[in-house]
Design a protein around this ligand. Structure first.
Ligand SMILES: Cc1ncc(C[n+]2csc(CCOP(=O)(O)OP(=O)(O)O)c2C)c(N)n1
Ligand SMILES: [Mg+2]
Length: 338
């Protein structure tokens, strides 16, 4: 199972080795669907005025979070940018607490004071949610340094967007990672745009991994078309980071089907472009693999979908019924009292 996926010649309807296991394919489909349905309901609540602030949806990129869960070991840490809901759900956070956080409710993942961009769930290995583009790169290097210093065997996986590549702190974090040979994997989720700016206007080269040797990092680069392939290749590089304390850079070529945030209608890209990427949507491909290759009927798949929707609707209900935080809550957890 090591054939690289060639994004230009491969057929999206070819259900290759990465969809062979019925059990795994079904499990991964469910996990991706949980994220997609959560995001759709969050969007609905946002347009109804129930959620304020920013809301960046992970629709199209779900396979990355699900694959991440597959490769993690207990001491590992995940640090991400602000497109975080999918990571929380895939890593095991309670969808009710996630939705309540979007609603700014006291029962939220961080007690309703963080919102969409500041998810944090230490028990499930999620060490934030960062709103400031690129600033989490050195923070993540600090996490990896802690693991190396404490010898806990953990690897830090730091996810960043393509828009973070030209910003100072990214360079600082990567430099520390290389200098100190940290057990860290920087994963660029290259969804081709930073807000409305295409990659070609923010990075001078198309292949982002060309940067890796300059920071003493090993690298890999591929298009995300299934959970299995993403987990296999990400897993291989995480293993090297863990066993050889080697920092790494992985470029994942992916796509978001919605606008940058809820206030972006995405007019800077044509319908045809979006349609072409839809053919490669890992969720859609996994649906087809289950239906066409593993023989699950449309009714069975619809029943599974209904179960997932029920779970996420319950999360919305929970968020709506939860109380708002007391005013003092905004001062908690800012400093540690001695
Ligand atoms: C330092 C900084 N500058 C600008 C912004 C405003 N901003 C928010 S998201 C974003 C684009 C980031 O795009 P990318 O890193 O590709 O992530 P994606 O949204 O595609 O997941 C910008 C410029 C910010 N949050 N932080
Ligand atoms: Mg981007």
């Amino acid at each position: 199972m090591t054939t690289p996926t060639d994004p230009t010649s491969a057929d999206p309807g070819n259900f290759d080795a990465y969809f062979q296991s019925r059990e795994d394919t079904l499990r991964w489909y469910r996990e991706m669907l949980r994220i997609r349905r959560f995001e759709e309901l969050a969007a609905r609540s946002y347009t109804r005025g129930k959620i304020s602030g920013f809301l960046h949806l992970y629709i199209g990129q779900e396979a990355i979070a699900v694959a991440t869960k597959e490769v993690l070991q207990p001491a590992d840490r995940v640090v991400s940018a602000y497109r975080t809901h999918g990571f929380a759900l895939a890593l095991g956070s309670d969808p009710r607490a996630c939705m309540a956080e979007l609603y700014g409710k006291a029962t939220g993942l961080v007690a309703g004071v963080g919102g969409s961009m500041h998810f944090f769930d230490r028990a499930h290995q999620l060490w934030g949610g960062y709103a400031i583009v690129g600033n989490h790169s050195p923070v993540a290097a600090g996490h990896a340094f802690a693991s190396k210093y404490l010898k806990d065997g953990g690897v830090t996986l730091c996810f960043l967007g393509d828009g973070a590549l030209a910003i100072g702190p990214t360079h600082e974090g990567w430099t520390l990672a290389g200098l100190w040979k940290l057990p860290i994997v920087y994963v660029v989720e290259n969804n081709r745009y930073s807000m409305g700016t295409p990659l070609s206007r923010s990075v001078p080269v198309d292949d982002i991994t060309l940067k890796a040797p300059g920071y003493g990092m090993i690298s890999d680069r591929f298009r995300v078309t299934s959970v299995a392939e993403t987990a296999e290749r990400l897993g291989a590089i995480v293993k090297r980071a863990r066993e050889e304390s080697k920092p790494a850079l992985v470029e994942l070529i992916t796509y978001r089907f919605r606008g940058h945030s809820m206030s972006d209608p995405g007019k800077y890209r044509g319908k045809e472009e979006v349609e072409e990427w839809r053919r490669w949507d890992p969720l859609e491909r996994t649906y087809r693999a289950l239906h066409e290759h593993h023989g699950l009927s449309e009714d069975e798949l619809e029943a599974l979908d209904a179960e997932v929707v029920d779970e996420m609707e319950a999360a919305v209900e929970f968020a709506e019924e939860s109380p708002v935080p007391e005013p003092e809550a905004r001062f908690r957890n800012i400093t540690i009292e001695s």
